[in-house]
Write a protein that binds this ligand. Structure first.
Ligand SMILES: Cc1ncc(COP(=O)(O)O)c(C=O)c1O
Length: 406
């Protein structure tokens, strides 16, 4: 059976489509569009292949799923059951991760804003590392760790030097002196790791290399001042698994390894924080054409409120009602928000015939769509989780109302 969007869990079957082992036509008998669907087996496979490739090249590698990519509790539970850790930015995520059963020792927490409550809960639960984006936060963490009589391990997020990036610490001479001074005074923190996250959707090996160069320059600058770290964290940024085939991921991981070896960097462990790679291609929308306008513009019953541009997904569109027809006619797709800005894709290759009611599958929407979704006053779609032949509703807008974490 032919794969759709390069995804082994979305396959053409005669005139129908199999999502794992459930027929799309069966889903449409039970639900109206729009529907959001997640494929559990794809999430599991993505984790297994990501780990396999990194562990082939690095003896000591640790993996932390970046919750912000998609924090639906059911998905985070699946990810937890695969044994990897969690990378979190907020208190609601920390509540969720601990509730689901991620052990504190496999959780790393950090971001540009660390509230006292977030630091306190992190310290009390012995989370593995707090990630600091601003040197002044070290003082705050130290005093909370002191209060609870703990030594908190710290990771420094350095500025990746990506064009215009404002996130993270620039480890120039002035800041390194300040860091050294703080580390000398703050006895309840221990610097263990540095992190550089470059950007998302990194398809080009040169981007990974730039990231490694930033890390290396910082490690060397620190070493000149006798500040040493144990671990390096390269962040995330990997595209959807069906967009980056295993062979390409392998090539990139191999290059990361050889860059680090050539640069003669000493480190104990490499940490990686994938988000999109794990959940991106495990999510899809089923939506329908609600209107057809001139110049082959079609309107779908989703829009940027649930499928936002900010999510930077590699969107793929298939007309499932005419799945055997060639998709080679330029078509533009718009959403339902009443503004001309709500464009999902321009000049996308689609079927020649366009009919109101045709069901369109939108692939690769598992990462960041819900995170960046907004409060435009439309009802959210139901969310289904499919595994083998089983289908479970994990979000019902009529009952659950909102996907936010509290
Ligand atoms: C520090 C950090 N780590 C990991 C990630 C996850 O990135 P991705 O989903 O592109 O793998 C992000 C995303 O913004 C990030 O900022």
């Amino acid at each position: 059976m032919k794969k759709i969007a390069g995804n082994p869990y979305i396959k053409k079957k005669d005139n129908d489509i199999l999502l794992d082992s459930v027929l799309l036509s069966e889903i449409l008998k039970e639900f109206n569009t729009p529907i959001m669907i997640f494929l559990e087996n794809r999430i599991r496979d993505n984790i297994v292949s990501f780990r396999k490739i990194f562990e082939k090249h690095f003896k000591k590698a640790s993996f932390y799923y970046s919750f912000k990519a998609n924090y639906l509790p059911e998905l985070c539970s699946i990810i937890s059951s695969e044994g990897i850790g969690a990378e979190l930015i907020s208190l609601p995520e920390l509540h969720l991760a601990l509730k689901i059963g991620f052990p504190g020792k496999k959780i790393i927490v950090g971001g540009p804003y660390l509230s006292n409550k977030l630091i306190e809960k992190s310290v009390k639960n012995d989370i593995q590392e707090l990630i600091i984006y601003n040197l002044n936060d070290l003082i705050k963490v130290n005093s909370i760790a002191k209060y609870y009589e703990k030594i908190q391990s710290i990771c420094l997020r350095i500025n990746s030097e990506k064009y215009h990036s404002k996130l993270g610490i620039r480890l120039d001479q002035k800041n390194i002196i300040k860091l050294k001074d703080l580390l000398g005074k703050c006895k309840n923190i221990k610097l263990t790791t540095i992190l550089s996250h470059f950007t998302t959707q990194m398809n080009n090996p040169a981007q990974y290399k730039s990231n490694i160069n930033s890390l290396t320059a910082s490690i060397n600058n620190l070493a000149k001042e006798n500040v040493y770290i144990e671990n390096i964290n390269i962040g995330g940024g990997f595209p959807e698994a069906s967009v980056m085939p295993e062979s390409q991921l392998e090539k990139i991981v191999c290059e990361i390894h050889s860059s680090l070896t050539n640069l003669d960097i000493n480190y104990e462990r490499i940490y990686v924080e994938p988000g999109r790679y794990i959940v991106g291609d495990a999510g899809l929308f089923l939506t329908k054409i609600i209107n057809i306008e001139e110049d082959r513009w079609i309107f779908l019953d989703i829009g940027n409120h649930v499928c936002p541009k900010f999510a930077k997904c590699s969107l793929r569109f298939y007309n499932t009602s005419q799945i055997n027809q060639p998709h080679k006619f330029k078509t533009s797709l718009a959403g339902i928000i009443p503004t001309d800005q709500d464009v999902l894709a321009k000049d996308y290759f689609f079927t020649e015939d366009l009919n109101e009611g045709d069901v369109v599958l939108v692939a690769n929407v598992g990462a960041y769509t819900l995170t960046f979704s907004n409060r435009f006053p439309y009802e959210l779609p139901p969310i289904l989780l499919i595994k083998n032949i089983n289908m479970k509703k994990i979000f019902d807008p009529a009952i659950d109302h909102d996907i936010s974490l509290f």
